[in-house]
Design a binder for this molecule. Structure first.
Ligand code: G4F
Length: 335
């Protein structure tokens, strides 16, 4: 029997890479979707025809129990969340419910359905929680490791801290094989247009093609440890293949500024003189900011044998080239 995986957040960037990676590894893969019409569902079905869809909603425990009962997964990847930090300030309660309590509900579904002991001990289902470097927020030390204290700076970060600790708690209380990956920013051509890397790659492509005049961003001083989403999905899978469950920082260890991101993106489109093409607008700044993040993934390297393959320059080039092709072709997909 091939192993079975259940992925929440299947229409998001990571869910899409994870589904394709697991299918290639021989898994039967199930993606959880909310019951309503979502144009991205067709996209993931076209992208990964082997994928089966199952209904479930992180706000509804009984639907999660139903999904886990139906799939009987060996591995559960909880990748779903309200993941856009800026939106979490405007929809703080919803973010707490989905990004925070949603983790608890998913863990409960695994604990209840997973047997043989309903208390979790001996539970054959392995659980991955997508934790985030946003939990470090106003950073207490640099670089950040698995032992760095958290200081979230947004409702999103605070909800992720709950999700992280409840995952640790279910591991310690019920013996669940539950892991938390503290993932630093990870990007790709599949990144949503609201995130800064894709906003830049897409904006640069549109400027190059004469479809847009300027790129309007928020805080230009921020710096991030940006990696490639495909590499990060490999780390998530590796976490669930170990003898013992544990938590890991997943990061490249390199920090770049938004200025460097802009420089590389414009260069990839063959535009040298770009300073006047970028402006900052307070509409895109946040009530509290995470200024700079740098991860130390030594533990993942030593215990999982993981290291990133795609570097920052290659990542930015890949994203700009994708957007140049999509925008030349009428703007890509409507989602
Ligand atoms: O691309 P961002 O929106 O990503 P952010 O806030 O770092 O969060 C992402 O990475 C986290 C991992 O650490 C994930 F957990 C989370 O779900 C998400 O995937 O913003 C990056 C930086 C911020 O400092 C932001 O203020 O870029 C700055 N920025 C400046 N101008 C902008 C803009 N961000 C966006 N989205 N749009 C702008 O116009």
């Amino acid at each position: 029997m091939p192993p079975r995986a259940l992925i929440t957040g299947i229409t998001g960037q990571d869910g899409r890479y994870m589904a394709q990676m697991l299918v290639a590894k021989g898994y039967d893969v199930y993606g959880m979707v909310r019951g309503q019409a979502n144009p991205k569902i067709r996209m993931v079905q076209e992208e990964t025809p082997e994928l089966e869809l199952v209904e479930g909603d992180l706000q509804d425990l009984s639907s999660l129990i139903g999904a886990v009962e139906q799939v009987q997964p060996d591995e559960v990847y909880n990748l779903a969340a309200i993941s856009f930090v800026a939106l979490s300030f405007r929809q703080a309660e919803l973010t707490g419910d989905i990004t925070g309590l949603g983790v608890l509900r998913m863990l409960e579904a695994v604990r209840i359905v997973g047997g043989p002991s309903s208390q979790g001990s001996g539970n054959r289902m392995r659980f991955y929680q997508a934790s985030s470097s946003e939990m470090f927020g106003k950073v207490r030390e640099t670089p950040q490791t698995e032992r760095t204290p958290f200081h979230p700076r947004s409702p999103y970060g605070a909800a992720k801290v709950f999700g992280h600790y409840i995952t640790v708690n279910y591991r310690e209380s019920y013996g669940l094989y539950a892991c938390s990956g503290i993932c630093f920013n990870h990007e790709s051509p599949r990144r949503g247009l609201e995130f800064v890397t894709r906003k830049v790659s897409n904006g640069v492509a549109r400027i190059k093609l004469g479809l847009q005049e300027k790129l309007t961003l928020g805080n230009l001083d921020a710096a991030r440890d940006w990696g490639y989403a495909g590499d990060f999905c490999e780390a998530m899978w590796l976490m669930l293949q170990q003898d013992e469950p544990d938590d890991y920082v997943i990061a490249t260890g390199e920090t770049h500024t938004i200025g460097e991101l802009l420089q590389l993106a414009f260069a990839a489109a063959g535009i040298d003189d770009w300073k006047d093409l970028v402006e900052s607008d307070p509409r895109f700044t946040r009530p509290a900011e995470v200024d700079i993040l740098t991860g130390d993934a030594t533990k993942a390297r030593d215990k999982l044998g993981w290291k990133p393959k795609v570097d920052f320059a290659e990542l930015v080039r890949m994203m700009v080239e994708n957007d140049l092709a999509e925008e030349s072709n009428g703007g890509g997909r409507p989602y």
